[in-house]
Design a protein around this ligand. Structure first.
Ligand code: HEM
Length: 134
């Protein structure tokens, strides 16, 4: 059981690393797209798409391993602290932001606003995860 939990936590933290890296890299690429020439726009667009794919893989892995850890170690969601549910609320904020990004036309919502929503939610998730589990 412990080994299962540890493997899940390793995957959870690896996906977390990927999520953070993507959140830092994406706005750097995005901000350069506004002034790019057609050639570099194509190049930057390709990098942007790859980053979006990485973000989805990271988020899906965080969800699956997170839920699995809750059941393996705690037997379910019952009895979790307020910090845990704060973390879940912020996870939903990121999920909604990603769905809006996926299903609306690019630029519908200012990418800087979306970037800050994601970054602040991630910061809140780190704080609430540490407070919830330590
Ligand atoms: C964007 C999504 C998420 C991020 C960035 C994230 C981040 C983290 C981080 C940084 C830790 C390490 C904190 C620590 O152990 O002190 C952690 C642990 C954990 N997370 Fe997540 N998490 C996410 C989603 C989820 C979800 C959806 C669940 C469950 C439904 C979950 C459940 C857990 C559990 C059970 C632990 C470890 C608890 C323990 O060590 O006993 N996480 N998460």
């Amino acid at each position: 059981m412990d080994l299962t939990f540890n493997i899940l936590l390793i995957l959870h933290l690896a996906a977390f690393g990927l999520a953070i890296a993507t959140t830092i890299a994406a706005p750097l690429v995005g901000s350069r797209m506004a002034l790019a020439t057609p050639d570099s726009l194509q190049l930057l667009g390709g990098i942007g798409k790859q980053l979006q794919f990485n973000a989805r893989i990271a988020f899906a892995t965080l969800l699956v391993t997170g839920v699995a850890m809750v059941f393996v170690r705690y037997g379910g969601f019952e009895g979790q602290s307020i910090w845990f549910f704060l973390k879940m609320g912020l996870v939903v904020v990121i999920l909604v932001a990603m769905l809006i990004g996926a299903f609306t036309k690019p630029g519908t919502i200012n990418p800087r606003v979306m970037g800050w929503i994601t970054r602040l939610s991630l910061a809140g998730i780190i704080i609430s995860a540490v407070m919830a589990f330590n």
